[in-house]
Write a protein that binds this ligand. Structure first.
Ligand code: SAH
Length: 492
């Protein structure tokens, strides 16, 4: 973040605007709106500014700028048509610790002015940090159409009841829950429709009811599939529940961009392995979720992909049921679906694959890959290995041993659905050495089957697929020895 966003209270504060043109007029007007005392310095001014002066709204000094005019000012805007003078004003103001802005000269600004949507007392500010003001303005236009003008009335309505609610509901989470119910429910609609008296009566009833219920209320756990990485792949339900959560337990597959969408003031707990710290065991995660839910919190368990696909979601839900904690489960786009789609690999295709199988490539505690390879090694299907990168040599060898052709197209997708995703297209035989050669790291998804050959044509996202060695089927046909298969594992 390059700038610290803040809203400044300028009521009764002395501010200086230097310049006599249209920009100086606009800036003076917005400062006046915020209740500031504006002094304008400029030898010549526009008729609009003259009007402001004759209405006695601003103080006018009909001279050129001198540093003495900065005395006792909180904020200054240098808006003359002389960029050298603007820079000089900026430097002097900065020396005096006065906040300074020079329109269209980012380097000379101590603060920048956002595009705003004014629904006072509700104000929404949008800024591109000075990089693309037009983009910020476009965004503002979009938001303008989404936020009814009467939202200001809703904010005033809430302000009226704020202290009452605070007195009756002393616990922050209880208050938050109450207000969320109000803002998302029929009472807010009443206010937006101008039915204030109805709204006030219903509000009082709702508050009394909430106070009565609060003591008996327990929390809830949301087991949420966060998808493979791209935050736009979240479901609407996932987003809604993430926005309601008080605490979130996330693992390392939940992308930072997704995590950013959890409610800002929610507590964030990583359950992933970290430097000098062991990762939270499944039983510890279960106990922590239960403990917080029983304390009345809304707990978000944010999991990569889909919670029920190699995600231990089932185990977590069992623990919640045993502990009599209520829960909701939100499916997510699993890696097999998200990563292959973003790699241009259709999981099924009429010409290539009628079946798709999701397999874990993770070894059990006894160190064995407990997979029915004989059953898997069939044509006209797509096999997707999760957690398969580390055991790729064995996966590849055993599939070939059971008869799957060495030149079956195979791909590795690293960090799928992220802008920096890498897709490597190779063959069953060569995928291991190719992933090693290109230093593929976790998370990587392995896809085996003829559909992989479509990636070249259907590629649409990120960089084009990387070609592994002997990627082309013709290479194999010329090099018969490459079809010979020598198992590296013990077949006895
Ligand atoms: N529940 C998750 C899977 C968890 S297992 C889901 O439904 O997607 C973790 C494995 O998923 C990783 O080892 C990797 O094989 C795969 N994976 C998850 N996200 C991925 C991503 N963005 N890119 C590539 N592989 C991913």
């Amino acid at each position: 973040m390059d700038y610290y966003p803040l809203f400044l209270n300028l009521k009764g504060q002395a501010c200086l605007v230097v310049g006599g043109g249209e920009i100086a007029f606009r800036k003076s007007q917005s400062l006046l709106k915020a209740g500031a005392h504006v002094t304008l310095v400029a030898p010549d001014i526009t008729p609009e500014l003259r009007q402001l002066i004759s209405d006695e709204k601003i103080t006018y000094i009909s001279k050129c700028f001198i540093p003495e005019y900065l005395a006792a000012k909180r904020l200054v805007i240098a808006a003359t048509n002389d960029s050298t003078l603007n820079r000089l004003i900026s430097a002097k103001a900065d020396e005096e610790n006065i906040l300074v802005n020079v329109p269209d000269d980012l380097k000379s600004c101590r603060f920048i002015v956002p595009a705003i949507i004014d629904r006072s007392p509700l104000i929404i500010a949008v800024s591109s940090g000075g990089t693309a003001p037009l983009l910020a303005r476009l965004l503002r236009q979009k938001l303008e159409t989404m936020i009814p003008a009467s939202y200001g009335d809703l904010a005033k309505f809430a302000a009226h009841f704020r202290d009452q609610v605070k007195n009756k509901l002393s616990i922050l989470t209880a208050r938050r829950r109450f207000w969320e119910g109000i803002f998302e429910g029929p009472i807010a609609n009443r206010v937006l429709n101008g039915q204030i008296t109805f709204a006030e009566n219903e509000f009082r009833q709702a508050l009394a009811l909430h106070v009565k219920d609060e003591g008996t209320k327990t929390g809830e756990v949301f087991i949420i599939g966060a998808g493979p990485g791209d935050p736009e792949l979240l479901t609407l339900k996932a987003l809604r529940l993430m926005q309601q959560s008080d605490i979130v337990f996330y693992d390392n597959l939940a992308s930072p961009d997704v995590l950013n969408l959890v409610r800002r003031d929610a507590i964030r707990v990583s359950v992933a392995k970290k430097k000098n710290k062991h990762k939270m065991a499944q039983t510890e995660i279960n106990s922590a979720m239960i403990e917080h839910a029983k304390a009345g919190k809304r707990v978000c368990r944010l999991k990569g992909g889909d919670p029920f696909i190699f995600g231990r979601g089932g185990e977590e839900v069992e623990a919640l049921i045993d502990a009599e904690v209520s829960f909701q489960i939100v499916p997510g786009i699993t890696a097999a679906s998200g990563c292959t789609t973003y790699a241009g690999i259709p999981l099924t295709h009429r010409d290539h694959a009628d079946t798709v199988t999701f397999v874990t490539g993770h070894k059990k505690d006894n160190g064995k890959l407990d997979i029915d390879f004989e059953h898997l090694a069939k044509d006209r299907q797509t096999i997707v290995f999760y957690m398969g990168l580390g055991n790729l040599p064995e996966i590849s060898d055993r599939l070939q041993f059971h008869g799957l052709a060495s030149d079956t197209p195979a791909a590795a997708i690293e960090q799928g659905t992220y802008a920096h995703q890498r897709v490597l297209c190779s063959t069953l035989k060569n995928l291991t050495s190719d992933t090693e050669g290109f230093d593929f790291q976790s998370p990587t998804l392995i896809v085996i089957g003829k559909v992989v050959s479509l990636a070249d044509k259907l590629h649409w996202f990120g960089s084009p697929p990387i070609k592994g060695k002997c990627n082309l089927a013709s290479d194999h046909l010329q090099d018969k020895t490459s079809l010979e298969f020598i198992p590296r594992f013990n077949t006895a």
